[in-house]
Design a protein around this ligand. Sequence first.
Ligand SMILES: NC(=O)NCCC[C@H](N)C(=O)O
Length: 252
Amino acid sequence: MSVALVRRPGPRLAEGLVTHIGRTAVDTARAARQHAAYEQALRAAGWEVRAVPAADGCPDAVFVEDTMVVCGGTAVLGRSAAPSRRGELAGAEAAARGLGLRVERIEGPGLLDGGDVLQVGDTVYVGRGARTNEEGICGLAHLLGGRRVVPVDTAGVLHLKSAMTALPDGTLIGLPEHVDTSVLPLLRVAPEPAGAHVVVLGPEHVLVSAAAPRTAALLAADGLRVTSVDIGEFEALEGCVTCLSVLVGPRG
Ligand SMILES: NC(=O)NCCC[C@H](N)C(=O)O
């Protein structure tokens, strides 16, 4: 299975949360076009795109990555620290069940956003910060028994994957000033903030934001195929390329 779950932007997108950046206007029509192009980039890379049922009452529902962590045949539903995001789970659960995944969930007082979870081989790095707490990490570790779970303290960023992701060969890339590097193997420094977010589309293929041209050039020089997408309207709401999809497949 190589399925990409996405949730199309809803009518209240412009009301989405911002925490570490100032609020700027969001153009919902442009956001819809950017989202369609993002979906197309996934399709072009061989992913079957499936839409998660809408959650139009939730402004941030488009950031579907935060609703769940898919590992093997299991989807672990998150539990957001942001009350306005809790209503996103029902549609996410339906989508996970539609793929035949076993559904588990993080129970209170645990808190966990999928954006804090970075899977690299058998290791699962989990950001500990404003959106994910110790209980959430323990709950995830319990549900993913057998994987090595490494908590990583984050600072000044929304999620772990706001600050670091992994390349196809497992090398970490990101912004060392926002994560506790003492628990990490080598972290390759991204040449610009948006370069910290990379989606692995295939064994030698990555998706990056159009806001990260220097990172794109660096990775292309490494021999990777690089697809760039403009997701500016989502970046205005502190989103990044990872948060707009849940990839369920060989790397899921
Ligand atoms: N995984 C992600 O990077 N999610 C981005 C979520 C942005 C949204 N405005 C939020 O604050 O929850």
